[in-house]
Design a protein around this ligand. Structure first.
Ligand code: PTJ
Length: 261
């Protein structure tokens, strides 16, 4: 592990790269995970590596929808567990929903490796400090978070092969799903089932970003930490205009870069 000084302007990005590299060496990531990560980094660079106002609004909207859902679930893949697992465990504890490991490039080794990492993260979060504003028995609540994915007993209709597998008591039965870094086909298939699909994707042009119910155009670890805050403070869902949110993100990227000259 290379020691990166606090003064380094891109410390967070470099630490994320280290975590991804280590996770890849442990076999937890898809072979193309770094390509996906690099694409995300490029868009984050354009954004100025910050949470823009429209993303903050999307985060509040997503938090409200999760709070108001009947059967919410947080779906996680390799990149997401490595970059934002602990905050998503916190979010699941507050919302009282399960987390499901659901992979695009599914192998039994990766599923069990990611489930083990999530169990470790749940243990660490349960003995850590509760988020500001939390009232109650934090440890008990965190340890009650169900971590699903081992027994995929359901399928997402409209998708071929192993990527359609899911859990009936997770994604299969959910009305609202938070899916960071989702692929376009699966996002579309979930929306077609009448589910609300809340995504986190730095690329506002991706098919996922355009098909989702609410798109948070932000880096997954920043967004997950703000979702924890939003889940403890959030209000009611609104009439959400996702297209406006995507246009705002594109404008923010262009304005940010043009201002650099
Ligand atoms: O773990 P698996 O098998 O489920 O595979 C996960 C990946 C991410 C490899 C797989 O889902 C994939 O190939 O994804 P895509 O189709 O490349 O899409 C990833 C999207 O996430 C792209 O639009 C990226 O811009 C975006 N992205 C990448 N890193 C981040 C991100 N968005 C937010 N935060 C990031 N750190």
């Amino acid at each position: 592990m290379v020691d990166i000084p606090d003064s380094h302007p891109r410390k967070a990005s470099l630490l994320a790269r280290q975590s991804m590299t280590e996770a890849a060496a442990r076999g937890l990531l898809a072979e193309s995970a770094m390509i996906a990560h690099g694409r995300g980094e490029a868009f984050d660079y354009l954004l100025g590596e910050r949470t823009i106002d429209s993303a903050a609004s999307a985060i509040s909207e997503a938090a409200s929808r999760l709070r108001n859902a009947e059967s919410p679930v947080i779906s996680v893949n390799g990149n997401t567990v490595v970059l934002a697992g602990e905050d998503l465990v916190r979010l699941a504890a507050i919302i009282e929903c399960p987390i499901e490991v659901n992979l695009y490039y599914r192998t039994s080794e990766r599923i069990s490796g990611l489930l083990s990492l999530l169990h470790e993260q749940r243990e660490a979060v349960s003995s850590g400090t509760p988020p500001d504003g939390w009232l109650g028995d934090w440890k008990k609540r965190v340890l009650s978070v169900d971590i699903l994915g081992a027994d995929a007993d359901d399928r997402i209709p409209g998708l071929e092969g192993p990527r359609s597998l899911c859990c009936a008591n997770g994604i299969g039965g959910a009305d609202v799903i938070l899916v960071p870094l989702e692929d376009g086909d699966r996002c579309e298939a979930l929306v077609a089932l009448g589910k609300q699909v809340l995504v986190i994707d730095l690329n506002p042009l991706s098919r996922t970003a355009r098909k989702a119910t609410v798109t948070i155009v932000d880096e997954v670890s920043r967004a997950a930490s703000e979702l924890v805050v939003g889940a403890l403070t959030g209000g009611n869902p609104s009439e959400w205009n996702n297209e406006e949110c995507l246009k705002d993100a594109l404008n923010a990227m262009m304005a940010n870069q043009l201002n650099a000259f």
